[in-house]
Design a protein around this ligand. Structure first.
Ligand SMILES: [Zn+2]
Length: 165
């Protein structure tokens, strides 16, 4: 695996895209270790919601915590910390997967003759079998102009490739 140049923005974008945008402020809050109630306070969120989000991230190994018992109250407090190495590994794996998928899609778009009506996209074989009329919507199957799709796929691929050192 080649190394990737992952800046903070790329990391947060991928977190948002892969797990959900609600996790982004939590990760941002953990630029240094913090207690969950402190995070809740700073984000003006319910502590129970913050804990749920932290637990989700913990299940993915992206954060860790240190538990301490308050001697006076007997309650436990949790000091949360992000796991930078694991986060980078997660982001890299996600982007590599995505790159493979995009390349696969690009190959299909470039090599296959695609026909389409307003409800579906089909191969030349399927279009021929149906005499170029869609059995679902009765529209004519037309050769799909997928130049735009190809351009978009290529741009996404180039974006990910540019992250490799
Ligand atoms: Zn149709």
């Amino acid at each position: 695996m080649m190394d990737m140049d992952l800046d903070e923005r790329t990391i947060l974008n991928v977190i948002s895209e892969s797990i959900g945008k609600e996790y982004v402020p939590i990760i941002e809050q953990l630029s240094k270790p913090k207690h969950d109630d402190k995070i809740a306070e700073e984000l003006n969120m319910k502590a129970t919601i913050v804990r749920t989000l932290l637990n989700d991230l913990h299940a993915k190994n992206l954060v860790e915590y240190k538990r301490t018992k308050n001697k006076k109250t007997g309650w436990y407090t949790y000091l949360w910390k992000k796991r930078d190495k694991e986060i980078r590994r997660f982001i890299k794996a996600y982007l590599e997967n995505k790159l493979n998928e995009l390349n696969r899609q690009l190959e299909i778009e470039q090599n296959d003759v695609i026909f389409a009506c307003s409800c579906s996209r089909v191969s030349l074989d399927v279009a021929m079998e149906n005499n170029f009329v869609c059995p679902h919507c009765n529209e004519k199957f037309d050769r799909l102009n997928n130049k735009k799709i190809i351009r978009k796929l290529k741009a996404e691929i180039a974006k990910i490739n540019s992250l490799y050192k």
